[in-house]
Design a protein around this ligand. Structure first.
Ligand SMILES: Nc1ncnc2c1ncn2[C@@H]1O[C@H](COP(=O)(O)OP(=O)(O)O)[C@@H](O)[C@H]1O
Ligand SMILES: [Mg+2]
Length: 254
């Protein structure tokens, strides 16, 4: 479904990604792991058009998307969550999730927000879908709250509801359970399991190795911007290069 070929990204001459090549197969959950600073978020940003890769090709359903603007890419059916939350604090929780549906019309997040008043009145059907998404993430009772007053764990789940409400073809999740407590992690893990079994294609950046090993069909390991391993969870667990990449580091293996 998605294919990265020799993708590189430099920041002021420093390489954040170097010749990264891997596929994301349809209907599978591909996990993207690696120590902090490995380039995982940069990769997600290149796929979604937030960043232009310096080199290389990214094809989605055989169509080149590298360097395309974010609204074009989201219109093709690629949705994401952000490692650093990007919610609209003054909008209600429901409206935040509704912005995830306006990308069907090809809007950027800002355009989506500007169009909300019209959308709200016009589309009862869309509101129902947004409410269903909130319900899946146990947020329905907070639909009318301004999103800014939610606790961190709830904000993370608003992002997940927004990313999934449009039933995207490809879902990119950048550390969806980071900072969540055990109970919240279990609830989000259950949602990921459900998304996976309903056939969603996902690329999951995550530090929680139990979750990664349980959910992933394939694991891609980045270290210092390079793809150092690619395989099944079992292969990755036993890969000496992966063990070496993590040896002596303070972060947990992820
Ligand atoms: N916008 C940016 N400008 C300059 N350097 C960046 C920028 N974004 C990321 N980097 C650098 O690129 C490297 C990879 O970062 P990142 O993709 O956030 O890693 P990860 O998500 O794996 O922790 C880091 O060295 C980081 O400092
Ligand atoms: Mg990151």
């Amino acid at each position: 479904m998605l294919r990265l070929e020799q993708v590189s990204k430099n920041f002021g001459g420093l390489p954040a990604l170097s010749n990264v090549t891997f596929p994301v197969a349809q209907g599978q959950l591909t996990a993207l792991i690696g120590p902090n600073g490995a380039g995982k978020s940069t990769l997600i940003n290149c796929i979604t058009g937030v960043l232009d890769p310096s080199q290389g090709s990214i094809t989605f359903q055989n169509r080149e998307i590298a360097g395309q603007p974010t609204h074009i890419i989201s219109r093709l059916g690629i949705a994401r969550t952000f490692q650093n939350l990007k919610i609209f604090p003054r909008l209600t929780v429901l409206d935040n999730v509704l912005t995830g549906l306006t990308s069907e019309g090809g809007d950027s997040m800002l355009m989506a927000m500007l169009r909300l008043p019209a959308l709200r009145h016009r589309e009862r059907r869309l509101r129902l879908r947004a409410m269903e998404a909130l319900d899946r993430f146990q947020l329905a009772d907070k639909a009318t709250w301004p999103a800014g007053i939610l606790a961190y764990g709830d904000k993370k789940r608003v992002e997940l509801a927004r990313a999934t409400v449009g039933n995207p073809q490809l879902l990119l999740l950048d550390e969806p359970v980071a900072g969540l407590n055990a109970e919240e992690t279990a609830a989000v893990g259950e949602q990921l399991r459900r998304l996976r079994s309903s056939g969603h294609t996902m690329l999951l950046v995550e530090h929680d190795m139990d979750l990664v090993m349980e959910l992933a069909d394939r694991v891609v390991v980045l270290d210092s911007g390079k793809c150092i391993a690619l395989g099944s969870p079992d292969e990755i667990r036993r890969n000496p290069l992966v063990l070496e990449a993590y040896l002596g580091r303070t972060e947990a293996i992820a």
